[in-house]
Structures are given as structure tokens and as C-alpha cells.
Design a protein around this ligand. Structure first.
Ligand code: GLU
Length: 290
């Protein structure tokens, strides 16, 4: 059965921009008769994210959002990610990477390579050099990408084509990397509609390509504009009253603010009735902190 989802990272409280993305994901899913699932992306936090997670879920409930089934946590799914990585490795699609961040930053790249992409240093190390480097800290595992680009369908932005890099699949500390986890989780959870902030547009070709390599169905995406402060920078905690609790303390209703940002008004059932994905504002939402 088809499903949409919201997938927060429990790194702190959700701000009004994150809450708006959650409401949009819920509206897209419920408005198309889909299940709506929650996944906690706690690869970085593990159980130390538990308190932030509890507050995030409470904020979502207080907005009136509901979800189906149990909340899935990435920190519980290491075996599943390991199995996906093993499959790619058996197919010859991975290699160990011994580079530090600094080495990657300072390496020279081919003239056409996208900025920040992996320069390929460890891709074709000869076995002796690989053995020599293997004596240091444990390597990351990277995808041996065989395509330069991949594309995915986005309901808001149209066809999303972009570069595919030699993505990290497992970090040096043994944790699955975000792109692999997302591709595997979305498919395992039956998610065929991914609504998320447009800061993740650049991750999409790589994630969709990983799904393809693992024979997983590609979801349809809808990347929605982020909330920004009056300077046009991505909204952040330091901007002041931005969490649901902050706003309620000032007598403001977070859902009403979100609805107004979409040109709508009323409670969630009313928003569901009136929401038209085609009318979604394409510009960032400028949030004036009260
Ligand atoms: N966990 C990511 C975030 O909080 C979202 C990832 C996604 O929606 O695919 O930014």
C-alpha cells in the first residue's frame, strides 16, 4: 500500500519551517489516500536523540498530525543497511576509502567535477597501496558509481536530474551513511511519495540511483521550499521564537501560521479539503519572528 512520510532527525526541537514540511508531507499523503509514516533519522544521535524525538513527536501530535503504525528508527536497522551494503559489495560496486575530510577538500578534481564531489583518490588504489593504507583508521565504504548522473521525478520541480558521486555508503565508524539508509528505508516502508525540504534536492539523484542499484522502486518526490528568516537565510533556532512551544508561549497558533503561509486557513481537516499541491508557493517562506 502506498505511503508518504516525514523523517526528522532528532537533533533538537523542530522549528516552524520543519513543522510546515511535516504538515505538507501529511497533506500530500492524506490528500492522495496514502498512509503516512514517521521515521526517526537518528543515525547520528542513536538513543541520545530520545528526548528530542519525544518532543518532536509531541509537537507533531499537537499540530493534529496522525501517522500509521509504529515509528521506525534508523538506529534499529543497522542489519538491514549492512545487508544492502553487502549486496552492493558482492556485485563489485563498492570500495574502501581512506581519505580524511581534509584530503578530500584539498584534492584536485577533474575540471568538470561538481564542487564537493569525491575526487576518486581511493577508487583505483593498487592492492599494495590499499593494504598500506588499511593499517590506519577504518575506511569508509563508497559506491563505485558507474553513471555520472541520474534523474528522478519531482511533483513540484519536474524532472530532477543531477550528478551521482561515489557516495559514502558506510562511514569509517561503521554506521550506515544517510543516503543508503534513506533509499533502503523508503522502499522497505512502502513509501512511494517523498515530501521533504528542497535543501535535499541535491541528494535525490544519488538516493534514487541507489534504489535502482538495489532493485528498489523509485519514489516520487515533492521538494518543498524551506522557511527562511528576513535575511533570506535558512530559518534556525538562533532566529528567536521559532519552535511550536515558543510560538504558543506568545499566544500564536503554529498551525494557523503554517496554513497562512500556504494561503489557507482553518483546522487540519479544512486544510486537507482545500490543499492544492499545484498551488504550493514556489518561493521560500519568509518567517518574520514575532
Ligand atoms: N532527516 C532529514 C532531515 O531532517 C530528512 C531526510 C528526508 O526527508 O529524506 O533533514
Amino acid at each position: 500500500m502506498s505511503a508518504g512520510r516525514f523523517a526528522p532527525s532528532p537533533s533538537g526541537d523542530l522549528h516552524i519551517g520543519n513543522l510546515r514540511t511535516a504538515v505538507l508531507a501529511w497533506l500530500f499523503a492524506r490528500g492522495t489516500g496514502r498512509r503516512f509514516l514517521l521515521r526517526v533519522e537518528d543515525l547520528d544521535q542513536g538513543r541520545s536523540g530520545a528526548e528530542a524525538e519525544a518532543r518532536q513527536l509531541q509537537d507533531l501530535r499537537e499540530l493534529g498530525l496522525d501517522w500509521d503504525g509504529e515509528v521506525v528508527r534508523q538506529s534499529d536497522r543497522a542489519d538491514t543497511y549492512a545487508a544492502a551494503l553487502e549486496r552492493l559489495t558482492e556485485e563489485g560496486r563498492t570500495y574502501p576509502c581512506f581519505c580524511s575530510r581534509r584530503e578530500i577538500r584539498e584534492a584536485t578534481r577533474a575540471p568538470h567535477a561538481p564542487p564537493g564531489s569525491y575526487p576518486g583518490t581511493c577508487r583505483d588504489l593498487d592492492p599494495a597501496e590499499r593494504d598500506r593504507r588499511a593499517t590506519g583508521r577504518p575506511p569508509a565504504i563508497r559506491l563505485r558509481a558507474e553513471v555520472d548522473s541520474w534523474s528522478a521525478t519531482d511533483l513540484v520541480l519536474g524532472e530532477l536530474a543531477g550528478p551521482v558521486d561515489d557516495l559514502v555508503l558506510r562511514r569509517g565508524d561503521g554506521t550506515a551513511a544517510y543516503h543508503l539508509a534513506v533509499a533502503v528505508d523508503d522502499a522497505d516502508q512502502g513509501i512511494d511519495q517523498v515530501v521533504r525540504g528542497d535543501d535535499l534536492v541535491g541528494s535525490t539523484p544519488g538516493q534514487a540511483h541507489l534504489a535502482h542499484l538495489l532493485d528498489l522502486p523509485a519514489p516520487t518526490y515533492a521538494h518543498v521550499p524551506l522557511a527562511v528568516n528576513v535575511q533570506g537565510q535558512r530559518l534556525a533556532k538562533r532566529d528567536g521564537a521559532v519552535t511550536a512551544a515558543d510560538l504558543r508561549a506568545l499566544g500564536l497558533d503554529p498551525l494557523a501560521l503554517i496554513a497562512a503561509s500556504l494561503g489557507l486557513a482553518g483546522d487540519l481537516p479544512r486544510l486537507l479539503r482545500d490543499f492544492d499541491p499545484a498551488a504550493l508557493p514556489r518561493e521560500p517562506w519568509v518567517f518574520r519572528t514575532p
